[in-house]
Each structure stands twice: as structure tokens, then as C-alpha cells.
Design a binder for this molecule. Sequence first.
Ligand SMILES: C[S@@+](CC[C@H](N)C(=O)[O-])C[C@H]1O[C@@H](n2cnc3c(N)ncnc32)[C@H](O)[C@@H]1O
Length: 340
Amino acid sequence: MSDKNIFKDPKFARIPEEDWTQAPVDSFALQYDSVKEHGWYKNLDPTIEDLTHHLKNGETFLDYSGGTGIFVERLFKQFPTRQIGTVIVDSSPKFLRLALEKFRQDKRVGFRLIRFLKEKKRLQYVDEVLDLRFHALVSTNAIHLYYDLQETLQSWARILYPGSKVFIQSGNIRGSDRKSEEWIIDETIEAVHLEALKIVKQEKQFSVYRNILKDEKKMLEYQNLRQKYFLPTRPVEYYLEELKKAGFTNLTVSWKKIEVRVKEWFEFLSAYHEGVLGWVGGSEKVEAVPPDPSAIQDRLLIIQKALGKIFSEQPIFFCGWCYLTGTTEGQYPKRKAKTP
Ligand SMILES: C[S@@+](CC[C@H](N)C(=O)[O-])C[C@H]1O[C@@H](n2cnc3c(N)ncnc32)[C@H](O)[C@@H]1O
């Protein structure tokens, strides 16, 4: 851990004075954070390699959608003495609170929450909460979640120096270069749903969940819920076009084959069981009452069985991860940040 504050601006507050910084660490954030132990989270390693080649000591990067801080944790574990500064930005106060727990004392790391602005029906732009410029930006496992993609990319361009690089990656991008045996990771969710339909219809122990299958309206509501958690995927050309429109040049695309242990993917999906298979036992978001704990147990069991069937009881499957990079040419005018 370095005591030297590498941020040059003396006015910069690493930890803002905001409510979320005082909240207790959240159990869901801790559950999400356990993915850092999973083999498939090696998907971060190529980005760490690219970023550390690009940045010189004393330079800074923005970890946009940095969540619980897994990327930064892994970066500093591999390169403990490198004087690279970063600000972790995220829309989830719970995830960011856990990141703060990890790096509170590390002067290389700052934190910013972007909030949803109800009246404007959008998330804050990063330059509305941060008055700094960076030498690079990283977005890992998140870009497929951005609903205002173009506006988000433009906000990235505004907080970067000219000639800075963006390093983006996601396992949820469609591409014609992907190998046919490689899954898009979130497309396993629809496969689990389809397999679960068969399991419930065929296996007597789950007969109590058959009634809802006749209710098309309800099943549609659960489909919508599923797609809120796991958004429909978009092709790589879409992302390239949007990056170009936002002013990024020298765009590159590459794909990596990532091995995923079925057991670990099940653990991950267990955190999101309501989104994956809400119709088994019901979701409070649809029914206005919470499901019975025994139904949640059944739901998890069905997810596990479905994964076994989809992957023919094999312990692993493969996914295609997409890595995109781009460069900023000029310097974009900044918005005025509202907080220090
Ligand atoms: C799957 S996590 C990835 C976290 C981290 N980058 C990693 O690789 O472990 C996705 C992150 O994106 C954030 N997120 C979701 N929707 C977002 C949006 N519209 N804009 C910015 N961040 C978003 C979430 O809060 C979450 O921290």
C-alpha cells in the first residue's frame, strides 16, 4: 500500500462525503464479490495486461462500472508497487461501499457514485461527479448493461486526455468471429428457462409449479423480469458504431475463449435466482408477495438440474469474451462537476 497520493489535484477528495460511504457492507455485494474466486473471472486478465502496458507510473485510469473493485484488487495484486491511480465509478452504492472497504487506506484509489436522476430519467454522467481527466478507461463485464450507451460513451470521451485508451470487455456481445462451441454467457439463462419448463412438466416433485405455465400473461411478466436482469445481447458492430460516433478511433476487436466451471456458474446464478427462474415459486416484483423459502430451494435445485442437462453433465463449458479498444483523438469540452 502506498501512502503517496498520486492524484495531483490537492482539492480531489478520494472518498466523497456521502451517505453510502457510512452504510454497513451489504451481504448481496459480498455474495457478488465471491465471483473473484471463480475461474471464469480470468476474463479480467487480458484487460489488466493491456492496461498496464498502456499506463506509465503516475498516470490514472477510470474503472467505470468498477462494482465491488475486483478489477483494481486483481491489478494491484499482480502489480503491487505500480503507482497507477484509479477512480472506481459505479451506479450501485452497495457495490461501491464494498470497494471502499477494500481500498479505504490506499491513496491510489478514489470512489464516485453515479446516481439515477429521476427528473432526467438517466444516470449521472461521470463528468457530473468528477472533475479530473484520465489516461485510460476500463469497463469490464458491464457495457451490455448500459441503456444510454451513446451518452455514456460521450461522457467517457469528455473525461479522457487526448490519446487516451478505452479498454472494454464483455461476455455478452454477439460476433460472427466467435467459435460455434462458445456460449454468450447470459444466453445460458434462456436455455436454463427452457430446460426448467421441461423439468417442471416431467418431474412429479415439481408439479406444484405447473399451474403458472398455462398463464401466458404471467409467464410474459416473468420473461420481462428475466430480461431486466439479463438484457438481450447486441452485436459487436453496434458497439463499434457507437464508439465511432462518440469520437473514438483506432478501434480494435478481439475474442478470447474463457472456460467456465458449471458449478461456479451455478453459484453466480444462485445470487440472481429471482431473475433466472422467478416463475418457480413467484417473485415479489410480480406477485406483490415474497415466495416461500421452500420454493426458493426448489428454484435453485431446478437451475442446477437444468445446467446439468444443458451441458450434458460436463463440469465445464466455454464462452467467447469480446475485448474492444479505442483511442480519443482530441480533447472534449468538460461539463461542470457538481461534487469535488
Ligand atoms: C457484472 S458487474 C461488473 C463489475 C466489475 N466491472 C467487474 O468486472 O467485476 C456490472 C457493474 O455495472 C454496474 N452497472 C449496471 N448498470 C450500469 C449502467 N447503466 N451504467 C453504469 N454502470 C452500471 C453495476 O452496478 C455493476 O457494478
